[in-house]
Design a protein around this ligand. Structure first.
Ligand SMILES: C[S@@+](CC[C@H](N)C(=O)[O-])C[C@H]1O[C@@H](n2cnc3c(N)ncnc32)[C@H](O)[C@@H]1O
Length: 262
């Protein structure tokens, strides 16, 4: 009798075990499938420059959360978008180790400039060292400080210049903006960035699908998820903006600021 009960118990446990095992193996196969596709995409996209490879390597060696770096494929997308737009002025929020700044700078005009803002002053030396590895680094201006405060400073500067030189009305507006700093502040960033962006200009926002959490009720109390949902809703509802979310990596939103008379 005990033996029968034991065997039933074992059988029941083992079927649960094998059930879990099957689910686990299914997810592994899905992850592998995704990795295979990702590897395929990497192999069939333009290679990273040696400088970008070097920055990736040093970021992995020196920084706690290297996953924040845009990486090969997203870097090529940023570079490609920038080359399509050929911006004279780019603004980036969230420099990290300078990887995405150098990718975006690839599309700048000859006399173009990229302003990038990073609040972590401990990163300053490595950012400057990384930027100096590339000739494009000369076109990059690093602002160390909080993104919102720095945006307000840039706004004040633009107002002063406009008052002084009405002919150059909005001549210093940004053609392309990349939002990639504090996820909880994306709504405020949008409000502060819009007056600094030229009509017909472009805004890119990274991580807007937040690892799929954006549609997962389990993350309803997660501050970053809640803020990113609010950002996505705000962008979706704003009729001045044309927008599309690309399911690239963690989600990349492309926004076009419509021209007022369109
Ligand atoms: C995802 S990383 C940026 C990655 C980088 N754009 C790239 O693709 O290589 C986000 C960066 O934003 C910075 N950051 C976070 N909050 C910020 C704030 N309030 N103001 C400015 N930078 C901030 C972080 O220190 C971090 O370096």
């Amino acid at each position: 009798m005990y033996l029968v009960l034991f065997l039933c118990h074992f059988d029941c446990k083992s079927s649960i075990f094998f059930g879990h095992m099957q689910v686990f193996l299914y997810f592994c196969s899905q992850i592998n499938r995704k990795m295979d596709i990702f590897e395929y995409i990497e192999q069939h996209s333009s290679a990273e420059s040696d400088v970008l490879k070097q920055i990736t390597r040093s970021t992995h060696l020196e920084v706690i959360n290297p996953r924040m770096l845009s990486g090969h494929v997203q870097g090529r997308v940023l570079s490609m978008i920038s080359k399509m737009i050929q911006p004279k002025r780019i603004l980036e929020l969230g420099t990290f180790t300078g990887y995405s700044a150098l990718c975006l700078a690839e599309g700048l005009t000859e006399d173009g400039k990229l302003v990038t803002i990073e609040h972590n002053d401990e990163m300053e030396d490595s950012i400057r060292r990384n930027l100096a590895l590339s000739p494009l680094g000369k076109k990059v201006e690093l602002m160390i400080g909080d993104a919102k405060e720095s945006l307000r400073l840039l706004g004040d500067e633009a107002m002063r210049r406009e008052a002084r030189d009405t002919v150059n009305d909005r001549g210093d507006a940004f053609d392309l903006v990349f939002i990639d700093a504090d996820k909880k502040e994306y709504c405020d960033y949008l409000d502060l960035v819009l007056p600094l962006t030229r009509e017909g200009g472009w805004i890119l926002a990274d991580n807007t699908l937040w690892d799929g959490h954006i549609i997962d009720p389990a993350y309803n109390k997660d501050k970053q998820t809640v803020a990113l949902r609010a950002f996505n809703d705000k962008v979706a509802q704003d009729e001045r903006l044309e927008k599309v979310i690309l399911p690239l990596r963690d989600g990349l939103t492309i926004i076009r600021v419509k021209v007022a008379k369109e």
